[in-house]
Design a protein around this ligand. Structure first.
Ligand SMILES: C[S@@+](CC[C@H](N)C(=O)[O-])C[C@H]1O[C@@H](n2cnc3c(N)ncnc32)[C@H](O)[C@@H]1O
Ligand code: SF4
Length: 420
C-alpha cells in the first residue's frame, strides 16, 4: 500500500506496473549494458533460498549449455554495443566449471570481457582446482556465500558445509589474483544475539576480504523456510533488534577500515564492488534471468526445460513490462539509493534534466527525516539512518515484488500477467 502510494506520487497517471506475456524474438538496445547469466543448478536446496534452481544433473546441464550458447549467439547477432560486465549467478554456477570456458569464449568472439568477469558460488562447491580454472578463464570478481561461521546457523538454514570449510575456502581464495573477493553473510537469524553477530563480523574481518555483504534473513513466503510452519514459529528478531544489528554492522565495518558501497555491502578503499544488480541497463541469459533496456523490463521463463525447448526459436522471454520515461528515471533513482550515493550530475547527463526538478519532493522529505549525510555537486550521500530506511524499503520490495513474480512463475513457467 505505502509503496503503491509513493509510486503513484512519483509516476505519471498512465504508468502501469503490470507484466504481460511476451512473444518477442529478441531484445534490442542502443546503449552500454551489463550481462547476467543464470545457471540454475544446485546440489542441495537451501530452504530459505528464493532463486530459481533445480537439482544438478550432468545430462540436463549439457542440454542447458547448448541452449545458453544459442541464446548468446542470438544476442550478439543483433547487438554490437558496449558490454560493461558479465556476472554469472545462480544457482551454483561453479557446478558447470568445466563448461564456463566455452560459454565465455562465445562472448569473447565479439566482446572483450577481460577484467569484468564475475561469478558467485558457495563454500560447498569450491576446491582449489576449481579456483584455478576460474582464474585461468579470467574471472576477476568472486562472491562466496558463507552466510555464517556458526554451525548452528549453517545447520538451521540447511547449508551443506561446516564453518571450517567456509574458512578454508576464504583462505584459498586469498591466495589467488582476484580483483575483488566478496563474502556474503546473513544476519537476523531466528534467535540470533548481538554477541553472535559480533562473532561473525569479527571472523569475516579477520580475513580482511575486499568486500563484505550482510543481508538480513528474508523469509520469502513461497520458499520452504517461509512455508515451513515449525521454522516460522521460531522467533525472528524484532524490528528494534534488527535495526540495532544493522547499525552495529555499519559501525563495526567502518571501524575496521571498510567503506559502504551499497545498503548491504562494504568495501576496502580502492576496491571495485562486486555487484550484480546495479548496472543501469542489463541483458539476462538463462531461465529466470531479467533484462532491463530502459524501454522495458523482461523475464525469461523460469523453467529450465521450457527454456531449452524455446531458445532455438526465440529469446525465451515470458513476461514484459513497458517502461515510461518517468519510470526509467524512478528505477535509476532506486538503484542509486541502493548504492547509497546519488550522482546528481550523472542524472542530468543521462536524462537531460535537473534531478531536483524531477525528484525535489523526495529529497526534501529525506532531508527532513535526516536521511542525508552530505549533499554537494558530487552527489547526495545517505546517512546511516537513510541507509537503514532504504534497506527496509529493499526488504519490502524484495519480499513483495520479487515474491509476486517468482511465486507466479513457480505455478506457471509462461505466466500471462503479474501486477506489481
Ligand atoms: C542465491 S545465492 C547464490 C550463491 C550460492 N549458491 C550460495 O548459496 O552461496 C546468493 C546470496 O543470496 C543471499 N540470499 C539468498 N537467499 C536469501 C534469503 N532468504 N535471505 C537473505 N539472503 C539470502 C545469500 O547471502 C547468498 O550468498
Ligand atoms: S542458496 Fe545457493 S546453494 Fe542454496 S539453493 Fe540457493 S542458490 Fe542453491
Amino acid at each position: 500500500m505505502i509503496i503503491k502510494f509513493i509510486r503513484g506520487l512519483l509516476s505519471e497517471r498512465t504508468d502501469d506496473y503490470t507484466f504481460h506475456s511476451s512473444t518477442r524474438n529478441n531484445l534490442y538496445f542502443d546503449r552500454e549494458v551489463g550481462l547476467y547469466i543464470h545457471i540454475p543448478f544446485c546440489k542441495s536446496m537451501c530452504p530459505y533460498c528464493p532463486y530459481y534452481k533445480v537439482f544438478y544433473n550432468k545430462e540436463l546441464s549439457l542440454r542447458f549449455k547448448s541452449a545458453l550458447i544459442s541464446e548468446i549467439k542470438r544476442f550478439y547477432n543483433n547487438s554490437k554495443k558496449c558490454i560493461t560486465s558479465l556476472y554469472i549467478g545462480g544457482g551454483t554456477p561453479t557446478l558447470m566449471v568445466d563448461d564456463l570456458g566455452t560459454i565465455i569464449n562465445e562472448f569473447n568472439k565479439h566482446f572483450n570481457l577481460d577484467e569484468m568477469l564475475a561469478i558467485e558460488t558457495t563454500p560447498g562447491d569450491i576446491t582449489e582446482d576449481k579456483i584455478k580454472i576460474l582464474t585461468n578463464i579470467g574471472f576477476r570478481f568472486i562472491s562466496i556465500g558463507v552466510q555464517s561461521f556458526q554451525q548452528k546457523y549453517l545447520s538451521l538454514i540447511g547449508r551443506n558445509y561446516d564453518s571450517n570449510k567456509a574458512i578454508r575456502t576464504i583462505e584459498l581464495l586469498k591466495n589467488y589474483q582476484f580483483d575483488t573477493v566478496n563474502i556474503d553473510l546473513i544476519f537476523a537469524f531466528p534467535g540470533e544475539t548481538i554477541s553472535e553477530l559480533f562473532s561473525d563480523l569479527q571472523r569475516a574481518v579477520s580475513f580482511y576480504p575486499d568486500q563484505i555483504t550482510c543481508y538480513p534473513l528474508f523469509m520469502f513466503p513461497y520458499s520452504t523456510i517461509g512455508r515451513f510452519k515449525k521454522i516460522k514459529k521460531l522467533k525472528m528478531p524484532p524490528h528494534h533488534l534488527r535495526r540495532k544489528m544493522y547499525y552495529i554492522i555499519h559501525d563495526f565495518l567502518k571501524d575496521s577500515g571498510y567503506v559502504r558501497s551499497s545498503v548491504w555491502s562494504f568495501n576496502k578503499a580502492d576496491t571495485k564492488p562486486y555487484s550484480s544488480v546495479t548496472r543501469d541497463y542489463y541483458i539476462g541469459f538463462g531461465p529466470s534471468a531479467a533484462s532491463y533496456t530502459g524501454k522495458g523490463f523482461y523475464f525469461n521463463t523460469f523453467s529450465v526445460t521450457e527454456y531449452i525447448k524455446t531458445v532455438p526459436y526465440r529469446k525465451p522471454i515470458a513476461l514484459e513490462m513497458k517502461v515510461s520515461e518517468k519510470m526509467e528515471k524512478l528505477f535509476w533513482l532506486y538503484w542509486r539509493l541502493y548504492q547509497t550515493v546519488i550522482p546528481v550530475k550523472m542524472y542530468n547527463t543521462l536524462f537531460g534534466k535537473d534531478i531536483y526538478e524531477d525528484f525535489g519532493r523526495i529529497f526534501r522529505a529525506m532531508r527532513t527525516f535526516g536521511f542525508i549525510q552530505k549533499e554537494d555537486d558530487d552527489g547526495i550521500v545517505l546517512s546511516k539512518r537513510g541507509c537503514h530506511w532504504v534497506h527496509l524499503a529493499q526488504n519490502y520490495i524484495a519480499l513483495n515484488y520479487v515474491s509476486k513474480i517468482w511465486s507466479t512463475f513457480q505455478k506457471n513457467p509462461w505466466s500471462e500477467r503479474v501486477e506489481l
